[in-house]
Design a protein. Structure first.
Length: 316
């Protein structure tokens, strides 16, 4: 009597495993592509919501919010009254881990320290539009009456700055929403246009900016965008930042150096314009329309888009 055994031979099992592995290798890129497409759509929705919040702010105040608020006040320097900038100590935020892209860490401060970032004393437009973003409760925690030359990092202000604004973070970004020590400040990687960087005009030792919708103590109106809202960048992506830090408000075009659109691996600063998407950066124009733009666009076209009043034609 012959006994028949049913089952796979080792060769058959290896063939099945090989077929499954082949199918997975074929399907995985499609799945990843679909996920990135969904994340990019959400990123576009985020930046559209922020752009519309700016338009609502203009409807209430007739101007766009200041890029960041940093006042000067008279101090007697021995030769009369002079406008002197007083800067209180920064706070240091420590990232939970180096921000990674293309297997390389973003250099957050220096090549030897990729985890610490100084947070300034100043509030920027991210805080100004909190009510328009549906975050009135967070806005109520902020004490704007503290003079900027004193320490603004009170318990209440820290509580506000720790709020995680999902609409301020692109879902494609490798930025954890989990706590970061010691301050646990909330991320943002959407910034406004400060136009182009120019030489130090006011003599404070820092670069100055011109032609952007945002800037130090700016109060831009629609009539100031003489190039037209559809030809001027309002907002764009960056790689990393904190929404409670006024110095993370904006990016600019520099006459020197390479492209100001940062794509992972290009070596540009992580806090200026940048994209986590393949080959494109999501941009909101002055009319609140949103579109992806090629990160490798001509530098001069990018400059024209960032400057609101240079009188030059834009073709993109």
């Amino acid at each position: 009597m012959t006994v028949r055994r049913h089952g796979f031979t080792l060769v058959e099992l290896l063939v099945v495993i090989a077929i499954i592995a082949l199918l997975v290798s074929l399907l995985l890129p499609a799945v990843m592509s679909a996920r990135e497409s969904a994340r990019k759509t959400q990123c576009q929705n985020n930046i559209r919501q922020i752009a519309l919040a700016h338009h609502q702010y203009v409807g209430s105040w007739n101007v766009f919010p200041p890029g960041w608020v940093e006042n000067l006040f008279p101090v007697d320097d021995g030769s009369g009254s002079a406008m002197v900038q007083m800067v209180a100590p920064f706070q240091v935020a420590t990232f939970g881990e180096p921000v990674m892209y293309q297997a390389q860490p973003v250099v957050l401060q220096s090549p030897s320290d990729t985890r610490n970032r100084d947070v300034s004393q100043f509030w920027g437009w991210h805080a100004s539009i909190l009510p328009e973003m549906g975050q009135q409760n967070t806005q109520n925690l902020i004490n704007y009456a503290i003079p900027y030359y004193q320490d603004r990092f009170t318990a209440s202000n820290r509580q506000a700055m720790r709020f995680k604004m999902e609409s301020y973070v692109c879902p494609s970004a490798a930025l954890s929403m989990s706590p970061i020590a010691p301050n646990d400040f909330g991320y943002s990687n959407y910034i406004g246009s400060a136009g182009q960087r120019i030489n130090d005009v006011d003599g404070d030792g820092n670069p100055d900016y011109e032609g952007g919708i945002f800037g130090q103590n700016s109060a831009t109106q629609f009539r100031d965008i003489s190039d037209g809202e559809t030809n001027t960048v309002l907002l764009a992506e960056s790689l990393v930042g904190f929404w409670g830090d006024g110095y993370n408000c904006c990016g600019s075009f520099s006459q020197g150096g390479g492209s100001q659109i940062t794509y992972p691996g290009s070596g540009q600063t992580a806090f200026s314009f940048g994209s986590w998407h393949q080959n494109v950066i999501i941009v909101a124009l002055g009319d609140a329309s949103v579109r992806p733009m090629n990160v490798n666009m001509d530098r001069n076209v990018w400059r024209r888009l960032l400057v609101r009043n240079d009188g030059e034609q834009v073709q993109f």
